[in-house]
Ligand binder design. Sequence first.
Ligand code: 1GP
Length: 248
Amino acid sequence: MNKKRTDILSRITKAQKCLAVLIDPDKMKLTSVPRFIKKANQSIATHIFVGGSEVDEGLTESLVVEIKKYTELPVVLFPGDIIQITDKADGILFLSLISGRNPDYLIGKQVKAVSKLSTSNLEIIPTGYILIENGKETAVQRVSETKPIPQQALQTIKDTAKAGELLGMKLIYLEAGSGAIQAIAPHIISEVKQNINIPLIVGGGIRTKSELESAYIAGADLVVIGTAFEDDDTFFDDLKKQKLQTNI
Ligand code: 1GP
């Protein structure tokens, strides 16, 4: 276990901001991978995340193999389920959905994943995953049968993130959900960041360069964007290397 390196923790420790491009195996055709990844390579993206809430068996592995033909960027699994685990990637966010109260997503699926992970070389990154309400029901909410934390419940959001840190998690992920109407508000990012001593990932509903910059300025160490690239891959052109002011 833990032989490959994804660079996530080391880059963030050096105060470098990261951008992960999220690819959902259910939505990305293998034939679209070369063009998409070429554009990602020319952008400020630092990681490729692969995962989705509902993905058929086998799709993730073939997608990861195809992506790795075209990029040196670390490929990190962001799995919605155990069947998305493949040794072909470099690492995995080992998620616990700590905003919810469904034991399967807090610890059940993690226990079932161990036999697969113990024979893999993936870098395993324990991650406290916190779903925040965004204005519509998300796939994570539906599949996990959990409730997101309301944006107004700031103290609960902060305490949940801190509890994740105290449990030994290495990252906290504030998630508004794929295609969220409202991304995580900058004041929530900033309050959570000030209250924890581990790196912060933010994702869900970020569609523009200015929203990305706001998330970084508020304190996000790594931002995840999926839908905006899926809908229009010319968004990569706005994010070409050296175009952003933030130190990436
Ligand atoms: C979803 O946070 C990610 O898990 C990315 O969300 O697809 O809205 O960018 P978007």
